[in-house]
Design a binder for this molecule. Structure first.
Ligand SMILES: Nc1ncnc2c1ncn2[C@@H]1O[C@H](COP(=O)(O)OP(=O)(O)OP(=O)(O)O)[C@@H](O)[C@H]1O
Length: 694
């Protein structure tokens, strides 16, 4: 149905009429049919012309029109009013006096209200558009009334396409119509919109009476939040892992920020330094854990370079530590520095203990005195007497005798009787490779060769400073080393390998050999000058087979010793035991006798008190009785087939034994005749138990 339109005629064109015309022009349901103006230039007449309203000079022409609903006379002229009433008695539409003012006031009030409402709408839109949350509202009919910028962005639609349209049709997946129907809010609903995830709160809008008149949805993009949440979970796990590691490591760790303020310390740090987290975190690292040094953290922050392996003493117990500090650089930016402190006091203590143990072992090595040397035979008594006298002097002693005759025993005894305060150091010149022997004897400088220890190392000559060095198997020394040893003997100073500064040494030298040095000299294998330097006091120790009268006393001595060592209780020796021992030729000399008694004592029962012939092991080459020859001998008619390895080993042992016997124990000569290197011979003798256990 078409809304009715009010047709108005305005009589008069003064200021008041003009104001009324302006007000009426804005009204939708009012049409001004014409304006009556006696002066065509009056303000009302001019405005009417601008607005396209017909203007007439004769008001009577206007009033007579049949389509008029109202005639308005803003400035009433009583004569005109009466005239109108007379002419139009039926349609007395004239507004009463003062009505114009009322209309104007109402229009103004209406305009003010509209302005205020528009402002509020603008404010609301501004607020809605500035929030990141999408806002969508529908009225009671489900038509969209609000769609802010964020909603446009999130939904991917322009507001001009949705405003005033049914939400259910234009917003995919909306549930606002459902909320409109149920009147129940739907809160924190997660919803996927393509690649984005949103979370929505939908609420009904009620009027004062509680009737649902609309619904609002407020929603936000949580794609980033979701990703961040996942990242944070990952970071938390990593952090927990790192914390666990930092907490459990035995190394002390401290971290400072880029200004040098304490950020983190672990329990190992507190244990080591005695500093608690409260004393460190948030405090400047001006002094280091070792107050005598500049803070390494500050040094690293200043230079941006790591510092490694700095030794320090820290904590109330002044523990020895090694510190590494490194800058923390993230994308090239300095974020702080991390220090790791390794406690090395335990390692140092163990090293020291090891050194002590080594010294102890060496001291044990030189525990023998002249009282320990059995010397019943006149030849041995003479040798001991010579040695006693030599001990009183610092002169070089050369001990000569076959293997196992007791040369080392003599060396110990001489050292102990000499009263020299330093240590007794033994070197087997034949057992150490030549290149190694030089650095062993004289030590080496820092960085002398690959693998050399930092700071270099003392050699055995320096170790024996103030004491005695026992150069065993001197006959096996290479010509090169012979020259170097000669210089030591002449100048009484040594030079570490790789160094030129000499170090004075005060060391008594006892050399020993079972080789024929004179033969060697004749063959050019031993330097003559060195021979005379060494041969100051030569002492010959005869082989056991040349002094059999020593055998009973030696046996008694060994039985006593193994009683103690093996927990046996042998108090007497059957005379029948002595018989084969006295007959045997003892190629291995006293060491071999010692081994035989040792094996006999092992086969003695703990309750037995008498050593019997049956306890003795077979003695090589002694036939008859229970002392059978070694198995696998060539003359043996054995039916048993033995493993080849055993047969070969037995043959090798026999060959070695014969070679030693034939050369009187001269190992260099034995090696030469066997066609093997002396070192190989040593190795083989050791393996077959033909070389005394050292
Ligand atoms: N006269 C002795 N009195 C007591 N024990 C002795 C005697 N002679 C040697 N021994 C013992 O015999 C074993 C061998 O002696 P030692 O090691 O001194 O011989 P060596 O001549 O240095 O041998 P090698 O030339 O093989 O190095 C040692 O256990 C030692 O105690």
């Amino acid at each position: 149905m078409q809304a009715p339109v009010l047709h108005v005629a305005v009589i008069g064109a003064g200021e008041k009429s003009a104001a009324l015309l302006r007000a009426l022009a804005g009204m939708e349901r009012v049409r001004v049919a014409g304006v009556a103006a006696s002066d065509p230039e009056a303000p009302g007449a001019r405005l009417a012309r601008e607005l396209g309203i017909p203007v007439t000079a004769e008001w009577r022409a206007l009033v007579g029109r049949p389509d008029l609903d109202v005639v308005v006379q803003p400035d009433p002229d009583p004569a005109v009013t009466a005239e109108i009433r007379r002419l139009e008695p039926v349609r007395a539409h004239l507004l009463p006096p003062g009505a114009t003012e009322l209309v104007l006031a109402l229009v103004e009030a209406g305009e003010r209200l509209i302005r205020r409402l528009r402002e509020r709408d603008r404010e609301r839109d501004l607020i809605l558009d500035s929030t990141h949350d999408g806002v969508l509202a529908v009225n009671g009919e489900g038509l969209v009334t609000v769609c802010n910028t964020a909603a446009e962005r999130l939904l991917g639609v322009g507001r001009e396409k949705v405003l005033g349209r049914p939400a259910a049709e234009v917003i995919p997946g909306t549930r606002l119509h459902a909320v409109l129907q149920s009147g129940k809010p739907e809160l924190n609903q997660q919803q996927d919109l393509g690649s984005t995830t949103i979370v929505t709160n939908r609420m009904p809008v009620r009027d004062e009476s509680g009737r649902v008149v609309g619904a609002v949805a407020v929603f936000r993009d949580i794609t980033e939040v979701k990703a961040l949440a996942e990242e944070i979970t990952d970071l938390r796990e990593t952090k927990a892992l790192l914390e666990a590691i930092i907490h459990s490591t035995q190394d002390a760790i401290s971290v400072v920020d880029s200004r040098g303020m304490g950020l983190l310390v672990n329990p190992a740090y507190t244990r080591l330094t005695g500093l608690t987290p409260e004393q460190v975190i948030g405090k400047p690292a001006t002094v280091d854990i070792d107050e005598t040094q500049e803070s390494m953290h500050l040094q690293v922050l200043r230079t941006r370079r790591p510092v490694r392996g700095v030794p320090m003493k820290v904590g109330p117990r002044r523990r020895d530590v090694i510190v590494d500090v490194a800058p923390i650089l993230v994308d090239g930016e300095l974020k702080g520095s991390v220090g790791v402190i390794h406690d090395v006091s335990e390692i140092l203590r163990l090293t020291e203990e090891l050194e002590q143990q080594k010294k102890l072992v060496r001291r044990l090595q030189s525990k023998y005195t002249f009282e320990d040397i059995v010397a019943t035979s006149p030849t041995m008594q003479m040798a001991v007497e010579q040695a006693r006298r030599a001990a009183e002097t610092p002169a070089t002693v050369l001990l000569r005798g076959e293997s196992g005759t007791g040369k080392e025993l003599f060396a110990h005894a001489i050292h102990n009787a000499s009263g020299r305060p330093g240590e007794f150091v033994r070197v087997n010149c034949a057992a150490i490779p030549d290149q190694l022997l030089e650095s062993e004897l004289f030590g080496y400088a820092d960085g002398a060769f690959t693998g050399a220890r930092r700071g270099g190392r003392r050699g055995l000559f320096e170790e024996a400073q103030g004491g005695t060095i026992f150069l065993d198997e001197i006959g096996d020394l290479s010509l090169g080393l012979q020259a170097k040893l000669l210089r030591v003997l002449q100048e009484k100073e040594i030079r570490r390998v790789g160094e030129t500064t000499p170090i004075p040494v005060n060391v008594r030298i006892i050399a020993a050999t079972n080789a024929n040095l004179e033969d060697k000299m004749a063959r050019g294998e031993f330097r003559e000058d060195l021979y005379y330097r060494l041969n100051v006091i030569p002492i010959f120790i005869p082989p056991l087979r040349h002094r059999r009268e020593d055998i009973p006393t030696l046996v008694e001595r060994f039985v006593e010793r193994f009683n103690r060592e093996y927990g046996r209780a042998v108090t007497s020796i059957d005379p029948a035991v002595m018989e084969p021992l006295m007959r045997y030729h003892w190629p291995g000399n006293v060491r071999e006798l010692e081994n035989v008694i040792s094996r006999a004592m092992v086969s003695v029962d703990v309750r037995e008190s008498v050593l019997l012939p049956r306890h003795l092991p077979p003695l090589d080459g002694l036939s008859g009785g229970r002392h059978a020859p070694a198995p696998a001998g060539p003359g043996r008619t054995a039916t048993a087939v033995l493993p080849l390895a055993d047969v070969v080993a037995a043959a090798e042992r026999e060959a070695l034994r014969r070679a030693l016997e034939a050369t009187g124990g001269n190992k260099t000569e034995a090696a030469r005749r066997l066609g093997i290197a002396p070192r190989t011979l040593y190795y083989k003798l050791e393996r077959h138990g033909l070389l005394g256990a050292r």
